[in-house]
Design a protein around this ligand. Sequence first.
Ligand code: DHB
Ligand code: MG
Length: 220
Amino acid sequence: VDAYSCKHLNPASRPNAKALDDTLTASDAAGLPPISLSPAQGKFLALHCRAAGVTHALEVGTLGGYSAIWIASENPHLRLTTVEYNKTHVEVARKNIELAGLSDRIEVIHGAGLDVLARLRDEVTAGTRPQFGFVLIDADKENNWNYLKLAKDMVKPNSVICVDNVVREGQLADFTNRDPHTVASRQLVENAGKEPGVDSVVVQTVGVKWYDGWLWVVVS
Ligand code: DHB
Ligand code: MG
């Protein structure tokens, strides 16, 4: 279904098609894990940002820049800040973003997510950095709740925070599964349900990138 739909909805003639393909090829060649968003997921987040009129987006977990390039290339007035801990990933992503012609609108910050997000939160609070209108959290899963708490304090009202990989082929609701990533996902969902000022839903996804899902959080 992904192949059929994307052939018609994201044809190779689209302006960003080559940059996106080249990004995956270069990321593979550099040995990055093949865990970028699927094309349909990238397009969905890009369309969401367009529909919501997002001007400043934040991502935790750049990998090779694939999701960043999707979001920025479909939204010509959007600026995206993306945070990555792994130095090789940062270098690969910066190169991919440069080749996509998006270096002026995508800022890749090298550092540990919690440190960088705390600094960004302080800048937003001080008014020296604009509030974000969308956040994608797609990094070390154990910190998902910490990232969500930090992100919540630097978004405009009614912004979405999307957390990738919370369903994990259904492991989310298999309570015999004690994998640390799954336990972190469960804690995230349970905490989100109790957190004031947010309303959330788990959106299950299936496609070329197996069966997984997002926590989709709207901040009041
Ligand atoms: C993994 C991480 C991801 O962000 C993802 O989308 C898929 C898999 C992983 O660490 O295995
Ligand atoms: Mg992911």
